[in-house]
Design a protein around this ligand. Structure first.
Ligand code: NAP
Length: 249
């Protein structure tokens, strides 16, 4: 129960890494706000599982790239629980068209969801956390944003995650001493996001990973628990790699 009594918003928690974080945080004693955009059935099912296991939470539909939706997401959290202790900026998209093929809306959608979404959510919760004199923001970035050569093929995605890394450090400087802001940079994690990647690329990535496998959503959730708990109270502005060693520097 390392997060007992806390209130956590997890964006994009209907599937994949976000769902694993919500599940694990509930098990650690946090109330969880499960945000989704399209996958209502999955989000509702997850809340059912959490409640069945004795946890507490709500489901809120919101597109994180829409300022009005983000305001409502935080408002509904406050109406239900009266505070926000932890924000996990996890919602993300990755389009697999190459730079020369991609339509302009690939750029817009990637930057709007991955980067502007994290910015909007942080902006909305920061005043609440400052009033509480405590809060933790965790951005689920990617080692693509650290310019790992084999990740460079999805230009828009790489730029969005590099932006998230910059946002993490800029917010850590701005929001200390009461709010800590850190990022997790996952390597390849088994979710729907990477399901469409050609098997030759997937195999090459495993070969260049010292631990010789992809990660699991639960392994990202483990890092998130540490960064959300009191155990990381002297850590801020950090880019925490969970990559099996791929892209270390
Ligand atoms: P995923 O399985 O595709 O899940 C993406 C989640 O984001 C879904 O819950 C989706 O919800 C939500 N989402 C998408 N657009 C949204 C929006 N506009 N507003 C709110 N929610 C939205 O992906 P994942 O692998 O779990 O990825 C989670 C995060 O980890 C992303 O930021 C991703 O970039 C990052 N990451 C993943 C990997 C990997 O290898 N899988 C590696 C590095 C970083 P709906 O379905 O309800 O729309």
């Amino acid at each position: 129960m390392r997060l007992k009594g806390k209130v956590t918003i997890v964006t994009g928690a209907s599937r994949g890494i976000g769902a694993a974080i919500a599940r694990r945080f509930a098990r650690e004693g946090s109330k969880v706000v499960i945000n989704y955009n399209r996958s209502k059935a999955e989000a509702t099912k997850l809340l059912g599982e959490i409640r069945k296991a004795g946890g507490e939470g709500i489901v809120v539909k919101a597109d994180v790239s829409d300022p009005a939706d983000v305001k409502r997401l935080v408002k509904e959290t406050i109406e239900s629980y009266g505070r926000v202790d932890i924000l996990i900026n996890n919602a993300g998209v990755m389009f697999t068209q190459t730079f020369l093929e991609a339509d302009d809306d690939v750029w817009d959608r990637t930057i709007d969801v991955n980067l502007k979404g994290a910015y909007l959510c942080a902006k909305e919760v920061a005043p609440i956390m400052l009033k509480q004199k405590r809060g933790k923001i965790i951005n689920i970035s990617s080692n693509s944003g650290a310019y790992h050569p084999s990740a460079m093929r999805f230009v828009e995605y790489v730029v969005s995650k590099a932006g998230m890394n910059g946002l993490t450090k800029a917010l850590a400087l701005k929001l200390g001493p009461y709010i800590s802001v850190n990022a997790i940079l996952p390597g390849w994690i088994e979710t729907e996001m990477i399901a469409g990647i050609p098997s030759s690329t997937a195999q090459a990535i495993i070969e260049e990973t010292p631990l010789k496998r992809n990660g699991t959503p639960d392994e990202v959730a483990n890092a998130a628990v540490y960064l959300a708990s009191d155990e990381s109270d002297f850590v801020t502005g950090e880019l925490h790699m969970v990559t099996g060693g791929r892209g270390m520097h």
